[in-house]
Every structure is written in C-alpha cells, then in structure tokens.
Design a binder for this molecule. Structure first.
Ligand SMILES: Cc1ncc(COP(=O)(O)O)c(C=O)c1O
Length: 495
C-alpha cells in the first residue's frame, strides 16, 4: 500500500491517491490494534477491550425475539418465502412504500412522538455514512465549505470530504462552557471562512452529539435555524442518536423547531436531516440510512443518487413489518433507554471511583472522559497520544483520543460503553482502576478531576514520561501480570 502513491499515483485518480479519507488517525488505528489482539474471556483474556466502537448491543435479544415471533416478515422462512419473487426482484430506488411509511412513523416515535415525517420525503442510503456523503453531493461543490462544530465525529473527515471534495472548517467548542455550541461561535467561524475567501455552503451538526453525548437545547437550535436562514446556507442535522437518549430533557429534533419558528425566520428549503437505524435500533450491519429533506429538489436529486447505496429489499420488507409494530417499537425504545441509563451509570460511577470524571451527558453510546490530569504535559497533544499509546498497549483498552475528533484541548477521550456485556465492562473498569490507583492518590470526595493529585511524584513535580512507564511496569510486576487476569469471567465481545 505504501508504494501506491509512488508507483500507482500516475495511473490512479486523485481520490484514490489523496489522503482525505481521514483514516490516518488514532481513531482508526485503535480499531486496527483491537483487530490484532481482541479480548476474549477464555481465549485471549489479556487482549484489548474494544471501547472505540459506538455500537449498541444492549437490546439485540429483543429484536431476535421479534424475528422469531414474526417469521412471515422474512422471505427466507417457510412462512415468508411466498413473497420471495416480488421482493427479490424489486429494484425501484424509491424503496418499498411500506418501508418508507414505517421508517417515517418510527422516526416520529424515536423523537417522542412530538414530530411527524412525510414518507414521500424519505430517501434511502447505505447507513448515515452514505446519507452524509449524498447530502454533501447535493448541496456543495468541490472546494465549498461546511462548518462542523468540534469535537466532531471522526469519520466526518472521510464521509463529508473524501469523494465530494468538500472542505470542513471546525467551529471550536471548549470545556470552559462544557463544549456547548453557541451561535456566536458559528458566526465567528463563518466570518473567518469568508475572510479567507471560502464559500460556506452550510453547517452540519450531530444532535445528540458524537462524541460528547450532549444535546442542543431548543433555543440554540432555533437560533441556528434563524442564522442559516439569514445567511442563506444549509443546515444538516445528523440525528442518528435521536432515540438513544436515556436521561434528562426530551430530545429536540430540528423537525420540531422548523414547525415552531415563525415562517419568515426559517427557509425550510435549507433544512435537512440525516438518520439511520445503526444506533437507535442497534442495526449497523443492515446499512439503513435516511436523508430527509424539506427541499423538493434535494429529495429528488438524493433519490436518484440513492441508486448507489440502496437498502436491500429483503431488509426493507422485514423492517417495514417490524417498525410498524407499535407495541414492539414502544417497548423497544423504552427498554433501550432504561438499559443505556443503567449502563451509563455503571460505567461513570466506576470511573468516578478511579477519580475520573466525564462531561455530563444523557445521550449516545459513549462518554467524553476527562483524563487531563494523567497527561505529562497538560497543554500538549503529544502527551495525549503518549497516554493513548499507554492505554491501548498496556491497559489494553481501545478508547479514542480527543485529537481524532478535532478537540482543541488535549486530554479528553471518548469511551464507548454499549458494545459489550456487563462482565467485559467491569473488566475494563478494573483495568482503569488498577492503572490509576498505581499512579494516583484520589482526594477524598473529589468531584473535580483537577483535585486529583499525583502521589508518585508529590504535588509540585511534573509527571515524567519515564515515571509513567515505570508505574506500568510496577503495575504488572505487582502480580497483575496481565490485564486479562483481572477479567476472568468476561464472555466473548461481539463486534
Ligand atoms: C454521528 C454519526 N453519523 C454517522 C455515523 C455512521 O453511521 P452508519 O453506521 O449508519 O453509517 C455514525 C456512526 O458512528 C455517527 O456517530
């Protein structure tokens, strides 16, 4: 592969040979490390635990139960095979009517029933990945800019930019106000982009946020809708975690805001929603992505483009049936939130015992961990990567460093908590606790990570790299010869 550019560059396209795929980051490197050494409770107890994958495996058995109870929904069962001929040959890029209706209905339910969606505006794509790229193709030309609040979903660098030629300009958010997005920050980024002669075509948000797990409040969303309308640029909201909210206020969809803002303040032609069943239903393998636009031309163009990423008609048929089963959907969504809440509490309280706090969050499949106190140098991204290497190589956890989400402050890490069973989560927590306890003394009742003091090097001394490494050696020499020994009962991690 390394020789691709040298030898093949001349005969391959610019896209094939450019680096805009964004895969040269620790976010993807962590997955590769995990793949080489995956944790397994009996076969590989010292392996890496995957905490870099935002996948929801907490409710899969509910879906399995529904499938068993509804064999007619599948064309690969004796009960459903009668539909095989019709479904297997179905090719229309509009999708099955019943699928679009069921998805529109489900999207409303996943948003608490406070909004409705028109099935005629539902456009399919290969996951939200395909949806985000398609919407960029519809809205922007190569070299045009989309503003993206940072920290942002690491794969946006690939999905929004790589094949489209669109550029991303981050709207930086900071820990000083809990990384909240403000209209002022967007205005500032917009102004700066214009000053450098960039053509800003829009703003794209993830709400709820990946990687923060937080939600935008209604007023901010309203002001953003007003802002894009004033500037005549697009607003794309990736709401892939709309139904993955487990505490606090109700989630506010941009669809709700569009109905609540005075009509002269919103140009609905500029508003687009991206959705998927990958998170809320835990079905990333089904590749069901949705583009929902209020703009007729965008719907029409995206639908033509959807030929490149259709959802298989077999999947459409099954989901049409499952998602229109109101009772099942209600039970599923409620139970999913309940389990996520318990899991989130379990994980964050375990971290707290190790003196680690997280950004307060109530959505998503991850937490935004504050490990700033563990950095050798609090102001350096080298220190963040150094710590990340130690966590992955020695503690054997694949968490993702904030820099891979374009966070401007070193020391924040995203850790996913719903892609494993309880035992694996507890094994991960034991590893973190053992790591921290060997290196730190926690101030009693501390809720602020800044109050955590280093015990190895007494207060005033700076953390030295050699020291950190030394402590690890001691950690394992002290009888914890491998992280796996701390997790004897963890079953196979399915990823
Ligand atoms: C914000 C966001 N958008 C898009 C995606 C991609 O989702 P899909 O699996 O539906 O392509 C993810 C997956 O992690 C995500 O977090």
């Amino acid at each position: 592969m390394g020789s691709l550019k040298k030898n093949g560059g001349a005969i391959l396209s610019r896209i094939a040979t450019n680096d805009h795929h964004g895969e040269n980051s620790e976010y993807f490197d962590g997955w590769k490390s995990y793949d080489k050494d995956p944790f397994h409770h009996s076969r590989n107890p010292c392996g890496i635990i995957q905490m870099g994958l935002a996948e929801n495996q907490l409710c899969l058995e509910l879906i399995e139960g529904w499938i068993k109870d509804n064999p007619k929904a599948s064309i690969c069962t004796p009960e459903g095979v009668g539909q095989f001929g019709d479904i297997a040959i179905f090719q229309d890029y509009h999708g099955l009517k019943e699928f679009r209706q069921a998805i529109a209905h489900f999207m409303g339910k996943a948003r608490g029933g406070r909004v409705t969606f028109d099935p005629e505006r539902i456009v399919m794509s290969g996951g939200a990945t395909g949806a985000n790229e398609t919407i960029m193709f519809c809205l922007a030309d190569p070299g045009d800019v989309f503003l993206v609040p940072s920290p942002y979903y690491a794969a946006f660098d690939r999905d929004l930019r790589w094949r489209t030629g669109v550029e991303i300009i981050p709207v930086h958010c900071y820990s000083s106000n809990s990384f909240k997005l403000t209209v002022e920050a967007v205005e500032w980024a917009y102004k700066k982009a214009q000053e450098s002669n960039k053509k800003v075509k829009g703003l794209i948000l993830t709400n709820p946020s990946n990687p923060l797990g937080t939600m935008l409040d209604k007023d901010t969303l309203k002001n953003l809708v007003r802002f894009v309308t004033r500037k005549n640029i697009h607003l794309v909201v990736d709401e892939i975690y709309a139904g993955t909210v487990f505490a606090g206020e109700n989630f506010v969809s941009v669809a709700e805001v569009v109905n609540n803002v005075d009509s002269y303040e919103v140009n609905v032609d500029l508003i687009h929603i991206v959705y998927s069943l990958s998170k809320d239903m835990g079905l990333p393998g089904f590749r069901v992505g949705i583009i929902y636009s209020y703009n007729d031309l965008v719907v029409s163009c995206a639908r033509k483009m959807s030929s490149f990423g259709l959802v298989s008609s077999q999947t459409q048929l099954m989901l049409a049936s499952m998602l229109s089963d109101d009772r099942f959907v209600e039970i599923f969504l409620t139970e999913n939130s309940r389990r996520l809440k318990i899991r989130h509490e379990d994980y964050t309280s375990g971290l707290k015992k190790a003196g680690i706090t997280c950004l307060t969050s109530n959505a998503g499949l991850f937490v935004w961990m504050d490990l700033r106190h563990l950095l050798r140098d609090r102001n350096s991204f080298e220190s963040e990567i150094e710590l990340w290497h130690i966590i992955i190589d020695k503690v054997k956890l694949n968490v993702s460093p904030g820099s891979s989400f374009h966070c401007t402050e070193p020391g924040w890490f995203r850790a996913c908590f719903a892609n494993m069973d309880d035992d694996t989560l507890h094994a991960a927590l034991r590893r973190i606790q053992a790591f921290v306890s060997k290196n730190h003394k926690i101030v009693e009742n501390s809720s602020d990570s800044d109050q955590i003091v280093q015990s190895n090097n007494v207060k005033k001394q700076k953390w030295k790299q050699s020291n950190l490494r030394l402590s690890f050696r001691r950690l394992y020499e002290d009888g914890l010869s491998s992280p796996g020994i701390m997790s004897p009962r963890s079953p196979l991690l399915r990823t």
